[in-house]
Design a protein around this ligand. Structure first.
Ligand code: F3S
Length: 421
């Protein structure tokens, strides 16, 4: 890769060990991906929870870290400042209601340590997978380095900003250096459509958008789908679509003509590409996705989970309209996940109280999966779960072997009140 003078100095260690290692790894990564140079970035979205986990992005990598290694790393990284606006994906616990989530004091302390180090580095501890709604919203043409598949696809497809599918490590290195290797989604020619998805059925609610996403990801894999005959979506629908595409698929972008900034028309979405294949999403295809994701759904439900990706204020308002004046059934929990800034607004508007009165919980800063996989948190009973999110339906079943109901938000709330399907 061609490096400028400043980049060479960093590589030679003139700006300290942390930046040197970040540069070594980004150069190796860029070289492997065929990049010839770096491009400056204005935005990063990283995964930064647990200092010991972050420390593993840096040497020594070939052995377990000692407490001394971690203390040294903490001191070194605390003196570095990130270059672009940088936000963090969900962490392990709700930093206020960690006890209710079943988490331990040790996990809470580790999370608070992360917040403190992040603050010193200039990283915004948003702990949310919807960075574009909590202060990190680049505009068309800006180069970025984001991790989190559901956010990456939103960044490229809806904001018109440009990011590859970055990992925990590469997005952190890019945040520290303010650059990313220039390849893939940073070039116009790699952002054109490859497959056409012809929508021939009604898309009525959030779970239908998720079903369309699952179908699309399954068909196109790493391709870039272009949707035809799709009604104009709202933000929450786009969140479900993008998150679901990347459950079976691995794509950084889609085009909805008239919505995606670079695609005013289907012709513009494809550019000089000819669609490799056209797939029709009709009632039968939709039904097939629901049948696949509903795995022994009938019976008592332990947990109803909403807010994957994190719920917006608008979703919380709708949930409150459905649940106000009602109670969640004994033995069933209703958990809604969002960001702490959105919960603050929800509390101010009275939605927090409505949720509390119904016996539900509005949690923040985390994600249903992570605490129980990565920490000794006491897992709630999860034999059967109901959710309106494809990503959650798929991941929870795979991680915990839970039986699963997947359906629209209204039906999930009914299940929470009744206590089962
Ligand atoms: Fe967000 Fe966790 Fe879902 S990170 S997209 S709530 S799986």
């Amino acid at each position: 890769m061609r490096l400028n003078e400043e980049q060479k100095q960093i590589l030679d260690g003139e700006k300290g060990k942390i930046l040197q290692q970040a540069m070594i790894d980004l150069v190796n990564y860029g070289t492997a991906m065929g990049a010839e140079e770096f491009v400056p970035i204005t935005s990063a979205h990283i995964s930064f929870w647990g200092i010991s986990k972050v420390a593993r992005c840096f040497p020594p990598r070939c052995r377990e870290l000692t407490e001394e290694d971690i203390a040294d790393f903490k001191e070194s990284i605390s003196s570095v400042r990130v270059k672009p606006i940088t936000t963090i994906n969900p962490g392990l616990v709700d930093l206020e209601k960690w006890r209710e989530m079943g988490s331990t004091e040790a996990t809470y302390n580790a999370a608070m340590e992360t917040v403190e180090v992040a603050r010193k580095c200039g990283i915004l501890s948003t702990f949310s997978c919807i960075p574009y709604l909590v202060g990190n919203s680049p505009t068309m043409g800006e180069h970025c380095s984001w991790c989190e598949t559901s956010a990456i696809i939103y960044c490229n497809s809806i904001l018109g900003a440009r990011t590859n599918r970055e990992s925990h490590e590469t997005s952190l290195y890019s945040a520290l250096l303010g650059i990313t290797p220039k390849f893939g989604m940073h070039f116009d020619e790699n952002r054109k459509g490859t497959h056409l998805i012809d929508v021939q059925c009604e898309i009525e609610n959030l779970s239908d958008w998720g079903a369309l996403g699952y179908f699309t990801g399954h068909k196109v894999g790493v391709g870039i789908p272009v949707f035809a005959n799709l009604k104009r979506p709202i933000v929450e629908e786009l969140m479900q679509l993008g998150a679901a595409i990347n459950v079976p698929g691995s794509t950084a972008m889609y085009h909805i003509p008239g919505v995606t900034p670079e695609a005013p028309t289907i012709e513009a979405a494809f550019g000089t590409n000819t669609p490799k294949q056209t797939y029709v999403f009709d009632e039968a295809a939709k039904r097939e996705v629901y049948e696949y994701l509903n795995y022994e759904p009938e019976g008592k439900v332990d947990l109803v989970f909403l807010g994957c990706p994190h719920a917006t204020l608008y979703q919380i308002r709708d949930i409150c309209r459905m649940i106000e004046g009602k109670r969640v059934a004994k033995g069933t929990r209703l958990w809604i996940m969002t960001s702490h800034s959105i919960r603050a607004s929800a509390d101010r508007l009275g939605y927090g109280q409505i949720i509390k009165d119904s016996g539900s919980e509005l949690y923040v800063d985390g994600c249903l999966l992570m605490p129980f996989i990565y920490t000794p948190a006491k897992r709630p009973k999860m034999d059967r779960i109901a959710t309106d999110s494809v990503k959650q339906a798929f991941s929870v079943r795979r991680s915990y072997g839970s039986k699963m109901f997947f359906g629209n938000t209204e039906r999930c709330i009914e299940i929470a009140i009744k206590g089962g399907v």
